[in-house]
Structures are given as C-alpha cells and as structure tokens.
Ligand binder design. Structure first.
Ligand code: PGA
Length: 253
C-alpha cells in the first residue's frame, strides 16, 4: 500500500509571525504549487495567519499545535478546532509529549480533542511515544497500545480515515538522539498492528510519521522503512534550508 509521505514541521513556541512568514516564503518558492510529498508547518497560534499568507499559491499547508474540544464557550485562553478551521488551518497536532508532560494532557483529553478535530474535518496528527524509562523497563508496547487505544476510544472507525499518527519517542525529542531505523520501524509496525485491531484493513492507509531529532542527514534512511510514512520535525523545521533538505531526502527514502 503506498502512502503519501507527509513532512510536518512543529515550530513549538518559536518564530515570530514575521520570522515564520519568512521561512514559509522560502518553503513555498521551492515546493511550488504541487508536491509529491505533502508539506505542513505548524506555527504558534499567532503565526498561523502570516504563515498562511506566505504559503498562498503553494502546496505548503498550515496547521496548529493543539486545540480545545468544545466548539466555543467560556474557556479563557483556548482555541477550538472550529476557530482553527476558520483561521485556515488544515491539520492539528494532538497529544504532543510536551503537552502530556507539562500541561496535564491525558489519554482522555487527547481523545476529546481528537473527536473535536474530526468533527470539523481537519486532519488530526496524533502524537504518541514512550519515555526512556518506559522503554528500558520493557513497557514500550504497553505504552503505545494504551496511547493509541485511549485516543481512539469510542470513535467509529469510519470517522478515522484522515488520521495521521506520529510516533515520537520522548527520549529522542530535542535531544539529538535519533531512534535507530530498526527501533523506529519496529515501533511503527507495532503501532500499525494495534491500528489494524481497531480499524481493520483501513489501518494500511494511516500514515505513521516518525518524530524525534529528524535532520537532513537521517531523514532518507528513516523514510526508507516500510512503515515510516513521513516525519514530524521540531528543531530542523525552524530553518527553511534544513526543512527543505528533509523534504528532498524523504523523496529518495
Ligand atoms: P525535534 O522535535 O525534531 O526537535 O526532536 C520533534 C517534535 O517534538 O515534534
């Protein structure tokens, strides 16, 4: 089953609206109006509109890094999937490990947010991944299974056709330590097997991205693995040259 590669940039709390627009302009002029590889950047909330402006006429898409589950209401400081859609976003990252670690994100709240994103028709990028302690104590599969089944709990399989999953081992995020291609492929294959239990053969169409210290020099090897369908890139997505090099390497993978 051939799945279209998705290279997504997670800018986290970096880049001003102007600096982000400058990065997107460079991406847009190289990527052009159509691209084999799907390209996405997820700026800060305040950077979304200038990134969209800079992406105009190109295949570069713009997403968000989180959303609230209610469509509207008295939730000071929050943004709904509906508001993000109205702002022009195409994707929303959900359950990133930094949100789980610092902002009390749980399987239950990830599931609520996932339902909200699906309700709008935006594409969810569901992040999962184990800590080093969990891996070293032999809990890798237990953790990944819990995160996948928890996020998808109660959601009808036919609503999940747009789902993108990002496997991001926590110990590889922002550390410069990348999972070996074998470790990554093994985890991706396991995640796909869990998805198959829930979605049946539709799991073969779900793209599973790898995240955690993806750089221009390791992207090609990672993308060459059977179950790795793209990348969620943090640090190396902040510079257009690096991100473009990852996009171009992924075409060879
Ligand atoms: P990194 O971040 O590429 O800087 O390791 C990845 C992520 O957190 O999505």
């Amino acid at each position: 089953m051939s799945r279209r590669i998705l290279i997504a940039g997670n800018w986290k709390m970096h880049l001003s609206p102007d600096d982000g627009a400058a990065v997107v302009s460079q991406l847009a002029s190289t990527v052009g109006p159509a691209s084999d590889v799907e390209v996405l950047v997820c700026p800060t909330f305040v950077g979304i509109s200038s990134a969209l402006q800079a992406a105009k006429g190109s295949a570069v898409q713009v997403g968000a890094q989180n959303c609230h589950w209610e469509p509207k209401g008295a939730f000071t400081g929050e943004l709904s999937a509906e508001l993000l859609q109205a702002a022009g976003c195409s994707h929303v990252i959900l359950g990133h490990s930094e949100r789980r670690q610092y902002f009390g994100e749980t399987e239950e709240t990830v599931c609520l947010r996932l339902q909200a994103v699906l309700r709008t028709g935006l594409v969810p990028v569901l992040c999962i991944g184990e800590t080093l302690e969990e891996r070293e104590s032999g809990q890798l599969e237990t953790v990944l299974r819990r995160q996948v089944t928890g996020a998808l709990a109660g959601i009808a399989p036919d609503q999940l056709s747009s789902l993108v999953v990002a496997y991001e081992p926590v110990w590889a995020i922002g550390t410069g330590v990348v999972a070996s291609t074998e470790q990554a492929q093994e985890a991706h294959a396991f995640v796909r097997s869990v998805l198959r239990e829930i979605l049946g053969s539709a799991a073969d169409a779900v793209r599973i991205l790898y995240g955690g210290s993806v750089k221009p020099n390791n992207a090609q090897e990672l993308m060459s693995q059977a179950d790795i369908d793209g990348a969620l890139v943090g640090g190396a997505s902040l510079k257009a040259e690096d991100f473009l090099a990852i996009i171009s390497a992924s075409k060879q993978g």
